[in-house]
Write a protein that binds this ligand. Structure first.
Ligand SMILES: Cc1ncc(COP(=O)(O)O)c(C=O)c1O
Length: 406
């Protein structure tokens, strides 16, 4: 059920939100950093003012974090806002944009909002949805913008740094390579931001929605080459990034422990799911995992055999576990499962494996699934449970008019 928040899903199912495990929107299962909550609460008292100093302060802090000038930081309402700012800055009506397929829907949406034309490069399941320069260049024909996602949504696969350098070297000077690093904190690979000094045709987008746990506050940013600095004033919607979000983001940026915990939990959950789910998974580096459901035998059930991902997601939802059916990404035989807390992740794996058995999935290998409570690294850490932290909600979903944008 893409686009619905946990309260809406709970209402539909006639249960309490606390009874659900919601792993469909790649949100942070630990919630926001306590420091960010405090900053948001105290900022609330001043929201009769326009966000001015807070915008300047966050811009400066992000610039320091990345060792760039403040002019190179374009703070925006979510990373989605950054994608729009990139479109506004470079795209003329009728110009073409190259996006990955499967891929994040908002690249196409933003392109169309700005009267551009969408073209696609395919990532192939047969080679593990591998990302590299050759894959992009096979569809490249001088497009004005080329989108790269690393780690990729929904596959989790990374675009290796040396391949990115190769891509930047191969495209025309007037092609912008926009690297979306919404899940950048979850990988050890160097950020594309390290290449900004050497390339005037590169932009990097990041967000506070994922590892920082601030999806509901809508703060992201683009990092751009120094030569672009003056453009922001021409394309920025004034005050689009809100005071509460900006103050919370500033506090979150300083809470290294929270980010570290979020990244650690995601790494643990990816490994746990890959080892214990009774279906194949794609090796990924985000806070989620893509699983292959193809081959579910739906005979005798009331589900459509052509959409096994939807069938499994629907059956799991009836059992209180909400995962993302990737049909809207063009992957009807897959599911995307967000990394939850350890308890949530265990519940999800157990539930999904029950569903695979219930649906008699031919891809299901009972030997691959061990007992759900024998975590590879030895069990729960204190403070982590299915109910710790604020309940995750399904915020941050872009309207689902064109597929899946979260
Ligand atoms: C690849 C990718 N880019 C960008 C975004 C947008 O993030 P934000 O919440 O900052 O708008 C998402 C959200 O799910 C995403 O998956």
């Amino acid at each position: 059920m893409p686009g619905k928040g946990i309260e809406e899903v709970a209402r539909d199912l006639g249960v309490e939100p606390a009874d659900l495990v919601k792993l469909s929107s790649n949100e942070n299962p630990h919630g926001p950093s306590p420091a960010a909550i405090e900053a948001a609460q105290s900022a609330a008292e001043g929201v009769h003012h326009y966000p001015k100093a807070s915008h300047t302060d966050l811009t400066a802090a992000v610039a320091e974090e990345w060792d760039v000038t403040p002019e190179q930081v374009w703070v925006s309402p979510g990373a989605d806002g950054s994608l729009d700012y990139v479109s506004r800055a470079v795209l003329e009506p009728g110009q073409a944009v190259l996006v990955p397929g499967p891929g994040f829907a908002y690249y196409s949406m933003s392109t169309r909002y700005h009267h551009g034309e969408v073209t696609t490069y395919e990532l192939h399941e047969a080679d593990g949805f591998q990302q590299d320069a050759a894959t992009v260049l096979s569809a490249y024909d001088g497009q004005r913008v080329v989108y790269v996602t690393s780690p990729h949504n929904p596959t989790g696969t990374e675009f290796p740094h040396d391949e990115l350098e190769e891509l930047l070297g191969a495209v025309d000077d007037d092609t912008l390579v926009a690297v979306d690093e919404a899940y950048g904190e979850y990988t050890d690979q160097p950020s594309a931001a390290t290449l900004l000094d050497d390339h005037d045709n590169l932009a990097v987008t990041r967000t506070f929605s994922k590892a920082y746990g601030l999806a509901g506050l809508r703060i992201g940013y683009a990092l751009v080459p120094e030569s672009w600095g003056a453009v922001y004033a021409q394309i920025n919607t004034p005050f689009a990034a809100n005071e509460v979000g900006l103050r919370a983001a500033l506090a979150a940026l300083e809470d290294d422990d929270h980010v570290e915990q979020s990244v650690e939990t995601a790494a643990w959950a990816r490994e746990y799911m890959a080892e214990r789910l009774g279906v194949p998974t794609v090796d990924g580096a985000g806070n989620f995992l893509l699983a292959k459901i193809g081959g579910v035998d739906t005979e005798g059930t009331n589900v459509d055999a052509d959409t096994p991902g939807a069938a499994v997601a629907a059956a799991a939802k009836r059992r209180g576990v909400i995962v993302r059916d990737t049909g809207s990404f063009g992957l009807p035989e897959h599911l995307r499962i967000t990394c939850g807390t350890r308890a949530e992740t265990r519940t999800a794996v157990e539930t999904l494996n029950d569903v695979f058995a219930e649906l008699d999935a031919t891809a299901f290998d009972p030997d691959a699934a061990g007992p759900p409570d024998t975590a590879a690294d030895g069990g729960d850490r204190s403070g982590e449970s299915a109910t710790d932290g604020p309940e995750a909600t399904d915020g941050g979903e872009t309207p689902q008019t064109e597929g899946d944008a979260s």
